[in-house]
Design a protein around this ligand. Structure first.
Ligand SMILES: Nc1ncnc2c1ncn2[C@@H]1O[C@H](COP(=O)(O)OP(=O)(O)OP(=O)(O)O)[C@@H](O)[C@H]1O
Length: 354
């Protein structure tokens, strides 16, 4: 009885005049099916050669029919799959959607930005997400800080996210927050050099391929400054607005101004500013000191016509909680520091931004 290999051996005996190789090596034989005595397959050919191939087709049929146990042979000649239709230069087809898109299931997207690094943007994002969850909001947190993803550590999440269907990614969840971080896609000690297109691909994947489910708000923890990630996010996703985190220091303020200008150019509304490390509260004696000065962010916010939504103190507890994987809003919910994040969350909800 002839088997699949016998059929392929016969086909290998025929040469494709266009490529010079045999029919099997040239990839023209597709969907070969040997079912009892019935042999079926597709020959992919350039439609212009259909006529010229006819004698070869007859010869193949004869040879296969002559094999032991073959009762019938059916060869279907189809157009070559690689021959794409000519490009449509008239543009009559509807254009690919351009500009920022809404992400299905996600009601609002709030970007948390800062002009410079280390001002506490990730700390604010993590605590704000947990505070919104405590207010009963369905919250997602996308850690897009490609240069230093810190949300897995701050929210106490580890392991690699799974992808049961190979197409979508299941996010992680802790403290009532659905979370995905670029840091979970790479190894912790691995320094990743993200180049423009790769970075945009990763960001789009995190926005569109992660199964976020239904969310009231998705918080996006951005890298510091004004770069590719900020641009891509504002261009691809319809943002509710941006929250700008700054310390009271002049230099941080100057950088925050740059960030605000960029969002304005991109058409993203600034929902407000947050002053972080506004005063230092001594963990021993409770004494309050304005280490980085005071009032700078409030004055700047007024000048820019955006609200100052919160003043978060510099407190050891906030740092320890963040490093321990449970933001202070979760680990010490009654502390005054936790309350300042809860107030920020309530304000954003009241304003319709979260
Ligand atoms: N209010 C605060 N009180 C005490 N420590 C804080 C406070 N805010 C942030 N920190 C600490 O400061 C450090 C930097 O904060 P964080 O990582 O949130 O900044 P960032 O702006 O996200 O930095 P980068 O953008 O460079 O990742 C962290 O160790 C964090 O725990």
């Amino acid at each position: 009885m002839a088997n699949r290999d016998d059929i392929l051996n016969v086909l290998k005996g025929f040469t494709d005049s266009a490529s010079g190789s045999d029919l099997v090596a040239s990839g023209m034989v597709r969907a070969l099916n040997v079912d009892g005595g019935e042999v079926r397959f597709v020959l992919e050919i350039d439609p212009a050669r259909a006529q010229a191939m006819q004698p070869m087709k007859v010869e193949i049929e004869d040879k296969l029919n002559a094999l032991d146990g073959v009762d019938s042979v059916s060869i279907v000649m189809t157009a070559h799959a690689a021959s794409k239709p000519p490009p449509d230069l008239k543009g009559s087809r509807p254009a690919e959607p351009q500009g920022p898109q809404k992400i299905p299931g996600i009601d609002r997207i709030l970007a948390v930005a800062s002009g410079k690094g280390g001002v506490g943007k990730s700390t604010v994002s993590a605590n704000l997400a947990a505070a919104l969850a405590a207010e009963g909001r369905r919250v997602g947190l996308l850690d897009a800080d490609v240069y230093g993803p810190s949300q897995p550590r701050m929210l106490g999440v580890s392991g690699r996210p799974s992808s049961p269907d190979g197409k979508t990614i299941l996010p992680m969840r802790n403290h009532g927050v659905t979370m995905m971080s670029i840091g979970l896609m790479t190894r912790e000690e691995e320094a990743v050099v993200w180049r423009g297109p790769m970075l945009m691909g990763a960001l789009q994947q995190m926005l569109n391929q992660v199964q976020w489910g239904a969310l009231d708000v998705l918080i996006v923890d951005l890298p510091p400054g004004t770069g590719d990630v900020q641009m891509t996010l504002a261009q691809k996703a319809e943002l509710t607005g941006a929250l700008v985190v700054s310390t009271p220091q002049d230099i941080a303020l100057l950088d925050a101004r740059k960030g605000i200008n960029m969002f304005e150019k991109l058409g993203t509304p600034i929902v407000g500013m947050v002053e972080n490390m506004t005063t230092h509260i001594c963990s021993k004696c409770g004494n309050e000191e304005h280490i980085f000065g005071h009032g700078g962010v409030a004055a700047e916010a007024e000048k820019l016509g955006v609200p100052l939504l919160a003043e978060i103190p510099l407190a050891l507890d906030i740092r320890v909680a963040a490093d321990g994987g449970a933001p202070i809003v979760v680990s010490k919910p009654d502390s005054s520091q936790a309350q300042s994040f809860r107030t920020l969350a309530r304000r954003l909800i009241e304003d319709g931004n979260a």
